[in-house]
Design a protein around this ligand. Structure first.
Ligand code: ADP
Ligand code: ZN
Ligand code: ZN
Length: 818
């Protein structure tokens, strides 16, 4: 009898691939085990066994596998089912799901691989354009091969670029295949063998009197040992003795000290305060908790609508506690940016080392550790708190899934495939496990709220802030009127200015929100009207005054700010619009005494940038924090008495059917940072359109009103939630070919789907990184089979790919969330 396996290759292949194995291998293998396999002429991949059987493939001769890489499956059956669903639903290959689901360390491939050096923080402005492209690509893909780099920078000889990147420590090269994950070792020290007897020790201390630094080290070691009675880390000894590494090394060289190593888990919890008592819920929290319970009993996904600062987290904590008491695993999903030490510490205080954290800023090794702990159902990973990728972990006994801030658009992955929505994928995952599922938000998404209203989801709510703190007092300020009356100081209305002054005088902190980073989004010549554009993208360059640069926010291109207009040569360059840098600048003159800080993408790069600012703000080292939407995410600051929205209009005028919903969510969330303790908080919203319906709804906390109105509009224009949509994006570097391709596809699709195919149309930014873009929108009315439409689209794509000149046009699907 012959044996075969179907494997998932980590590449966009529509089908599984079949390999031949021996009977002995068949006995060793099971689904979820990795194998090294040859592919194509010379490639080698890490593939995942999906199925074992006895049927040779019809159209090709099955090759043999190279190597079995695991003794036990690293991926379980729940995951394989879940991945299959993701691939079908979001219209990608299961190989793409595989690639994105497992830590990069599980996927090593042949040939020279270029990896990103995650140990070093890279200052992006130090990179040349082509270097930046490679760097950027390595954020989307765990590794690149040389020919892939060629394709990215569009040049044959890329070795000079790679050499420069190596010199700058941006990349690492890797030639080995199947390298094993190495646990991190921690260095400890003890006294050398020969000094364990008292005599020798005394003699030693005498000789060391002439070397005070060295003797200090030995003495510190004694002290540490006396206090701790446990192994001493080299780092601890360094700190205790104040001696340098060199001093310790010289003692080791003389064999006075001896070093030894222990393996340790990288993601270590070292807190002391664990197992604090859970807080007693107040009556509103308790009511919500009971309602959630009742719905869980009916196996319903439940939505918790609790206003900002109502104490949702404490309700989650109670539910997590119950779940782990039953010995099951709990998953707590948050948008990446909301995963702060604030929250992690809060959870660790209750659950100690049962809490593991998983997100993209963790390096590959750390992720492997969490993965393995979850796989082995270790108690230290019984509770996983993480960003969207955490839902790919190998849970086998999931009892609770919490999706906090469920309305957040950053739960959607846009690039690369799978372009999934983590909330929706988490619901499917929870259902596979028969687990309880809770969505929570102060501003639920229209779709979840509708599900709650229709009884498809269970519903619970908390309408009061914890401790009966009042909702903040909101005031709309008309910028048009203030300008006319000459009441503006820069971009600050008199009202906002006075409120800031008062807040500061009373020792309160202030948050100012402006949804753009940089100094000004447009630089314009007042003589000829020219404004500098990105050479690679169809957008204006944003002026960053801090670096005196013009930057593209789409591709990273940057140049020094020219002194004269590049078109007409006049010295009349001026800026239009404003970003966070400009607000910060104006504050320097308006409130010279106040300590101001800025929080946006430019100030929070690197693993801890964001945390540092939050901590400094929490500890009141900062009086005024200016920032982009990063400020909105679930932060719990005690002393913020004023929140100012610099300009709400930019949020309202977005060309997107969700713009109004998002504007409501964003503003309500930022406003929710104000007055979380006894004194009522104040919020000032500046706008040229203060009578806009959405702003009214925000300022009166009218979620219901917003919901009804938005739902009505969505129905009118056939948008979700009652209708479904799929966006198909075409991408190519030749304008004409792109147009032809998109037209061809649209026509073919209309033949099968009729009038529900809209476009093709250029998106607002129609060229990014020298690739032109065009979109088709497919609307699927209520009652039509969604999977039927998807297979129709897939069929069209197959015929499309059969046309030679279209083959190089990329086709990208975004389902539901576009
Ligand atoms: P939300 O997530 O709804 O915005 P939080 O869970 O952050 O609200 O709660 C707001 C504040 O109230 C936090 O500082 C929290 O510690 C406190 N709090 C919430 N519930 C309780 C409770 N039952 N007992 C004591 N403090 C609570
Ligand atoms: Zn000009
Ligand atoms: Zn650009």
């Amino acid at each position: 009898m012959e044996y075969f396996i179907d494997v998932i290759l980590p590449i966009p292949l529509e089908k599984l691939f079949t390999y031949k194995i021996s009977q002995a291998e068949a006995e060793l293998l099971s689904p979820g085990v990795r194998v090294g396999v040859p592919f194509g002429k010379s490639k080698v991949y890490t593939a995942l066994v999906y199925r074992i059987h006895n049927n040779p493939p019809d159209v090709y001769e099955a090759k043999e596998i190279h190597k079995i890489l695991d003794d036990e499956p690293i991926v379980n059956r729940f995951q394989l089912k879940h991945w299959k669903w993701i691939a079908d639903y979001y219209m990608c290959s299961i190989g793409e799901v595989f690639r994105s689901a497992v830590p990069g360390a599980f996927l090593l491939e042949s040939e020279t691989l270029i990896l990103r050096n995650t140990e070093v923080e890279i200052e992006e402005s130090q990179l040349e354009d082509d270097e930046f492209l490679v760097f950027e690509a390595l954020h989307h893909q765990s590794s690149l091969k040389v020919h892939e780099v060629s394709a990215i920078v569009d040049r044959k000889n890329v070795l000079p670029i790679l050499n420069r990147l190596l010199e700058k420590n941006v990349i690492l090269l890797k030639e080995e295949i199947y390298e094993q994950y190495k646990p991190k070792l921690i260095k400890y020290v003890k006294l050398g063998q020969s000094y364990l007897s008292e005599e020798n020790l005394e003699a030693l201390l005498k000789t060391l009197t002439r070397a005070p630094k060295q003797s200090q080290v030995v003495l510190s070691l004694f002290q540490l040992q006396a206090v701790h009675k446990k192994p001493i880390k080299v780092s601890e000894l360094e700190e205790a003795s104040g001696a340098s590494k060199a001093v310790i090394k010289s003692l080791v060289d003389k064999e006075i000290l001896e070093e030894y190593f222990f393996r340790t888990d990288r993601v270590n919890y070292e807190g002391e305060e664990e197992n604090s008592e859970l807080k007693a819920l107040n009556e509103y929290q308790q009511k919500a908790f009971e309602d959630i319970h009742e719905n869980f009993g009916k196996e319903l996904v439940t939505l918790l609508h609790g206003v900002t600062s109502s104490g949702k987290t404490e309700v989650y904590v109670k539910l997590i506690d119950e779940c782990i008491q039953k010995g099951r695993q709990a998953l707590y999903l948050l948008p990446e940016i909301a995963l702060t030490t604030q929250l992690i510490t809060r959870l660790q205080q209750y659950f100690g080392e049962k809490v593991s954290v998983y997100h993209s800023k963790y390096n590959v090794q750390e992720r492997v550790e969490v993965w393995n702990n979850v796989l082995a159902q270790k108690s230290k990973a019984q509770i996983v708190i993480g960003a969207r990728s955490a839902l790919f972990l190998p849970f086998s006994n999931l009892g609770l899934v919490i999706v906090d801030e469920e309305h957040e658009s950053s739960f959607k992955q846009f690039d690369p495939a799978p372009r999934y929505h983590a909330r929706d994928a988490a619901i499917v995952l929870g259902n596979l496990h028969g687990s309880n599922i809770l969505l929570g938000s102060a501003t639920p998404s229209i779709e979840s709220y509708l599900n709650g209203q229709r009884g498809k989801y269970g519903f619970a709510e908390i309408q009061r802030r914890f401790g009966n703190v009042l909702m903040p007092d909101m005031e709309l300020v008309d910028l048009k009127e203030q300008t006319r009356k000459k009441r503006m100081k820069g971009h600050f209305s008199e009202r906002l200015f006075l409120e800031i002054e008062e807040a500061l005088n009373e020792g309160g902190q202030v948050i100012l929100f402006q949804n753009r980073r940089g100094y000004a989004p447009i630089v314009e010549c007042t003589t000829c009207g020219h404004s500098p554009q990105c050479p690679n993208c169809d957008v204006s360059l944003t002026f960053h005054q801090y670096k005196k640069q013009l930057r593209c926010h789409y591709c990273g291109y940057h140049m020094a700010l020219p002194e004269i207009c590049q078109a007409c040569g006049s010295h009349t360059l001026d800026t239009k619009g404003f970003g966070t840098e400009q607000v910060e600048k104006e504050l320097e003159t308006l409130f010279p005494e106040a300590k101001t800080w800025r929080m946006d993408l430019d100030t929070t790069r690197g693993k801890h940038g964001y945390e540092k600012i939050i901590t400094a703000f929490e500890q009141q080292e900062i009086d005024i924090l200016v920032g982009t939407q990063m400020l909105t995410k679930g932060l719990d600051f005690r002393n913020v008495s004023l929140v100012g929205i610099m300009n709400a209009d930019s949020l309202l005028n977005f060309p997107d059917y969700r713009a109004h919903e998002r504007c409501f969510q964003l503003l309500t969330q930022v406003a929710g940072r104000a007055g979380r303790t006894q004194k009522r908080g104040k919020v000032i919203i500046q706008s040229y359109n203060p009578y806009h319906q959405i702003l009214k709804q925000v300022s009166t906390n009218d979620f219901e009103g917003m919901f009804k109105e938005q739902l009505y509009e969505r129905e009118q224009y056939k948008y979700p939630p009652k209708n479904r949509i799929i966006k198909i994006t075409f991408k190519h570097k030749e304008y004409n070919r792109l147009n032809e391709a998109a037209e061809w596809f649209a026509k073919a699709l209309r033949n099968s789907l009729g009038g529900n195919v809209l476009g093709p149309e250029y998106p607002p930014v129609a060229r990014i990184r020298n690739q032109f873009l065009k979109n088709l929108l497919v609307k699927i009315p209520n009652g039509t089979s969604v999977s039927g439409v998807k297979s129709g689209i897939r069929r069209t794509e197959r015929s499309f790919n059969a046309v030679a000149q279209f083959r190089s046009v990329r086709v990208i699907y975004n389902v539901d969330h576009i």
